[in-house]
Design a protein. Structure first.
Length: 266
């Protein structure tokens, strides 16, 4: 997404200095607030932690979560949130394509009903995913299912690449995996992410955020980026991330190819 932003703004004739791979969320956030960088892609759900509102249900809805993040950052930090992508990189459960097709599974409600009815599932996940009250226990409560200890395989760490590969390969009978919504390995391995149709998990919609004074100086930034991010749905990001994470292509090459495909670049 950083490359998409850079390439698109450069093509629009704006002066761009790239500082990609600068660091994690906290590094980027502090750099933005200190005026060391001007723009970067953030997730709406992270605003719950920036502003100590993690207990609020507002973050579980894409539209209201984005609006709250924009409201708080504008008031406290003079930071503007542009239009979000219609994607969600939150925690989820994915099953193999075979399991999804054979049992008509596309949502967590489907998944819960299937398991409650005796569906044979084995989930690869991290300790945090399984034990944290806001993740699997919250899903089980909302979608009325229970996974017994022998229906879970706990993998050390929180690496979704490992859980995805376990499901794709059927390791130890695993046919479901803890994932993030836009994981590149999902599309590459043919897994199907169950839609969190009751909104149990916070929505993490990718959104360009920037210092408001920069937007005042260069208002065309929003004109350029809003329609581009409007096309970055979950499936598209899975595909692009898969080319990088699984196919090994450079991120800039994938970003340039995507922008060319949608008619932004020649």
């Amino acid at each position: 997404m950083g490359n998409i932003i850079s390439l698109a703004l450069e093509d629009a004739g704006l002066p761009v200095e790239r500082r990609l791979q600068l660091g994690g969320t906290q590094v980027l956030r502090q750099a933005l607030l200190a005026s060391q960088i001007d723009i970067y892609p953030e997730y709406t759900g992270n605003a719950a932690f920036f502003f100590n509102e993690a207990d609020s249900n507002v973050w579980n809805d894409a539209e209201t979560g984005h609006a709250r993040a924009a409201e708080l950052d504008d008031a406290q930090n003079d930071v503007t949130w542009l239009a979000p992508a219609p994607a969600n990189n939150t925690w989820g459960i994915a099953v193999t394509a075979e399991v999804a097709e054979e049992n008509g599974l596309s949502t967590m409600s489907d998944f819960g009903t299937w398991i409650a009815g005796g569906g044979e599932v084995k989930l690869a996940a991290s300790t945090e995913f399984v034990s944290s009250p806001g993740v699997l226990p919250a899903m089980q409560e909302t979608y009325a299912f229970t996974l017994s200890p022998d229906q879970t395989v706990i993998l050390s760490g929180g690496d979704t690449a490992a859980t995805i590969q376990a499901a794709a390969r059927g390791t130890s009978g695993v046919n479901a995996a803890m994932v993030y919504g836009t994981d590149g390995g999902v599309a590459a391995t043919g897994l199907v992410v169950m839609e969190d149709n009751e909104g149990v998990q916070p929505v993490y919609a990718p959104t360009p955020i920037l210092r408001s004074e920069v937007l005042v100086e260069f208002p065309s930034i929003a004109v350029v980026l809003n329609p581009i991010f409007g096309g970055l749905n979950t499936e598209t990001l899975q595909e692009l991330n898969g080319r990088i994470q699984i196919g090994g292509e450079p991120a800039e090459v994938v970003a340039r190819d995507y922008l060319t495909r949608i008619g932004i670049l020649d």
